[in-house]
Design a protein around this ligand. Structure first.
Ligand code: MG
Length: 251
């Protein structure tokens, strides 16, 4: 990816803002719902250790419901709702009538899932480290319900030695890239950068390209390849099929 290095060095860029998921850390082809299903397996095992037994189906549907509820019920800040994992898991514990002391234990299941299912985009990381050697500062910026401390843990585990400046995550700042680009505004204001000094790199055309450009930030669009997108789509519909079959089998 010499293009990235040339592009940034030739444009006198002082800082790179790097998207996390499907950019520097690559997801597998599992859909969001399949991810919640796998996480629900972890919840079931963790709760069973303390003598609480729930069906996997209940925990899966509850995890999905609490996720969607949190995105509708979290506080509205500048027209945007960006809930964190704590709200999602607190709602789940409350629904199951189990002690809130389980909240951090269940959050660690989510974090553990990410550690074991993400892989590093080594080619991009190598380029980013080259840019750092040229004095370019690197920030991470993500729309995600996990907290900055969770993302820090995941990145430290998967990319040891990667010394970035700071993580900006939607759930901590109640602002996002995708809705109105407010997370870019916070990053620019806090770090005292002009938009023209920054290059953003990401995989999502809306969040990482259109919203960055709206803020005057140049960007490098790095979408996942077409084979991956097809695989993800097939796996999404296969999971949907399995879920429906399970539902009708239990009528
Ligand atoms: Mg992304």
């Amino acid at each position: 990816m010499l293009d990235i290095i040339d592009n940034i060095l030739n444009n006198k860029i002082n800082a790179v803002s790097l998207d996390i998921f499907d950019t520097i850390l690559l997801r597998n082809a599992a859909s969001e719902e399949e991810r919640f299903y796998k996480i629900a397996i972890g919840y079931q095992e963790k709760l069973a250790e303390s003598g609480f037994y729930f069906s996997l189906k209940d925990l899966f549907y509850l995890r999905c419901a609490c996720h969607h509820m949190a995105y509708r019920a979290s506080p509205l800040v500048n027209g945007v709702r960006e809930p964190g994992i704590r709200l999602i898991v607190e709602a789940l514990c409350s629904s199951l009538s189990i002690d809130p002391l389980f909240v951090p234990k269940l959050i660690s299941i989510d974090v553990d899932y990410e550690v074991h299912n993400l892989r590093v985009n080594w080619r991009l990381l190598r380029d980013v480290k080259v840019l750092q050697n040229y004095g370019v500062s690197v920030f991470l910026i993500s729309d995600m319900y996990l907290r900055e401390s969770d993302l820090n843990f995941i990145i430290t585990r998967l990319c040891p030695g990667f010394a970035f400046e700071k993580i900006y995550v939607s759930s901590d700042f109640s602002a996002s890239k995708h809705s109105n680009g407010g997370l870019f505004d916070i990053f620019l204001a806090e770090q005292k950068y002009n938009a023209s000094e920054v290059m953003h790199i990401g995989d999502n055309y809306c969040s990482d390209v259109l919203q960055a450009q709206r803020k005057g930030i140049a960007c490098i669009y790095l979408p996942r390849n077409k084979v991956f997108v097809v695989n993800r789509t097939i796996r999404k519909y296969f999971f949907e099929f399995i879920k429906k079959r399970d539902f009708y089998d239990n009528l």
